[in-house]
Design a protein around this ligand. Structure first.
Ligand SMILES: [Fe+2]
Length: 168
């Protein structure tokens, strides 16, 4: 939020602001994922994170399309929530330790990211609906479904990884 940011006077303005924050969040995630992939040991986890990196790039393209439809610029917000979650995750990676325990920690960090995104996309999807933009609402719903799917995948990988971490 810059010095010249306008006060929020309408749901539309809040909607655009939340979308810009998500745009920044997705970009931060594409920068953070390679390091998590590099540090993950279990192949299923590596693959799931690699796949989610591809999905995240598609989500950025989808947001670009939304900004074009809205005739608004995509930049202008920093997502401090995701910044904090990512910074906790990278602290964990730089601490190092048992590979299985690190895997469990990577899953924990990734699921925090997913839950943040599920909350944020659920909100903007609902705003789009309320504002009568069904095309944008459908695009956001698609991303929301992808985030939920990523969370479910991480849950199932965590099943084994946490047991391995306990045995470490
Ligand atoms: Fe995402």
């Amino acid at each position: 939020m810059g010095l010249f940011s306008l006060k929020l006077e309408s749901l539309q303005q809040l909607f655009v602001r939340e979308l810009r924050s998500l745009y920044d969040a997705e970009n931060q995630i594409t920068e953070a994922l390679p390091k998590m992939i590099e540090n993950a040991t279990v192949p299923e986890l590596k693959e799931a994170l690699e796949e989610h990196l591809d999905v995240t790039n598609q989500q950025i393209t989808r947001l670009d399309r939304i900004f074009t439809l809205l005739q608004e610029k995509a930049s202008g917000e920093t997502c401090r929530g995701i910044k904090g979650i990512i910074s906790e995750g990278s602290d964990l990676l730089s601490t190092g330790g048992e590979p299985n325990v690190i895997d469990a920690g990577i899953i924990a960090a990734a699921q925090k990211v997913e839950h943040y995104e599920i909350a944020a996309y659920g909100t903007v999807r609902t705003y789009a609906e309320l504002l009568g933009n069904s095309e944008i609402s459908q695009l956001l719903e698609q991303t929301l479904d992808e985030e939920k799917e990523a969370d479910t995948t991480l849950n199932s990988i965590a099943g084994n990884v946490n047991i391995e971490a306990k045995a470490a």
